[in-house]
Design a protein around this ligand. Sequence first.
Ligand SMILES: [Zn+2]
Length: 387
Amino acid sequence: MEMRLIVLQNYRPTEEIISLLEDFRCMVNDCIRLGLRESLTSMKSLCMKAYHQLSVYDVPTCYRLTAISRATGLLRNYRRELKKRGRSARVPYVTKLSLTDCYGFRVIHRLVRVPIRKGEYTFIVLNDHTLRSILSHTPRSLTLTPNGLSICLSKEIAEIEPVGAIGIDRNLDNVTTADSAGNILRHDLARATEAKAPCRETKSHFKRNDVRVRRLVYGKYGRIQRNRVSWLLHNISASIVRRAKEKRFGVVMENIRGIRKLYRKGNGQGNTNRAKLNSWSFYELQRQVEYKARWEGIPVAYVAARGTSVNCSICGSRTYPNGRRTLHCSKCGISIDRDVNAARNILAKGRRGVRFTPDGPPEVRMEAMKGNETTTPILRADGGKVT
Ligand SMILES: [Zn+2]
C-alpha cells in the first residue's frame, strides 16, 4: 500500500515567485477556457491542444503539464456539477494563487530549488520539521501559495502482522491505554483544560454586542485553544504510536461517531464553543493516532462504543458506579477504575475482532487491514484528509 503525506511550512515569497504563481494561475484559466470551448475532457486531449499555446508564458515547460492537469481536474468537477445541478453549476475560474510542480523542483541540502525561467532558479530554505519529514522519503510534488509551501511525500507501507494490541480510551481529562502485555498508561489532559481557562474568561468579559467583532474574537481564541490542545494531542498520539511500533501492537479505538460520552454531563454541553472544542479534540486524537500508526504500518481498528464504559472488563456483566471514578462489579466483587475498565474493554473487543460497527470509518475497518481495500488514503501532516 502506498501512502502519501503532505508536509506544510511557511516561507516568504519573493516577487519572482509571486509573478510565477500569477502566470500559473493564468495558464490554468487558459486551459479551462480552451477545454470548455472545444469540449476537451481528458488530460491527453487537453494536452494536445493547450501545450503549445502555453508557450506564450515565459515559464519553464514543467509547469505546463501541471497547469493542464489542474485544469483537467477542475473541468471534471464542473462536468459532474453540471450533471447534478444543471445550469446553476459555476463555471470554473481560478482566483487563488497556487502552483503545483511534480517535475522541476529539487531538494538540495536545506533548500528546495524551484525553476523560474529556463535555466533560472530560485531557492527556498526548508525548516527543520520539513527536512526531518522528507528524510528518506520520495518527494512527489511541491505546491506553492503566497503563504506556504507543501511537499507531498510518498512511502510504500508494509503493514506489520501485530502480535497484540493497544486499546485507547479517550476521556475528558485523560487518555488511558491498556495493552496486551497488561500495561496500563494514563496520559494527563488536565493541561488542555487549564489552557482553556484564560480564553473562557476573555470571552465572558466580552460584552460588546457586535456580532461581527465577537465572531472575530471568538474565532481567534478558538484557534489558540485548538492549537494548544492539538500540540498536546500530538505528543500523546506520538507516544502511543511509538509504543505500538516497539511492541508490534495494533491500535484499537472506539467508534465515537455520535456516542453519548461526548455529550456527558460536565463535558461542556450548554456552552456551544466548549462542546465543539471538546468533541473536536476527541476526533483529533483519533485522527492523529490513525495517520501516525498507518504511516508506520500499524493496523488500526475501531470498535463499537456500546458497553465499553459500563460493562465489567473481566466478566462482562454490568457494573455500578462506586465513587466518582471507580466502578463496582458485584459478580467479580471488585472495584475498578472507570477509565482503565473502558480501555480494557476496547482492547478486548479489538482482539476478538468482532462487533465492528458497519458505519465506522470505511478505510480503517479490519477488512481493510487484510488488504481488501484498494484505495490509498491521503493524509496530511497538519490536518484533515485531502481529496
Ligand atoms: Zn466482573
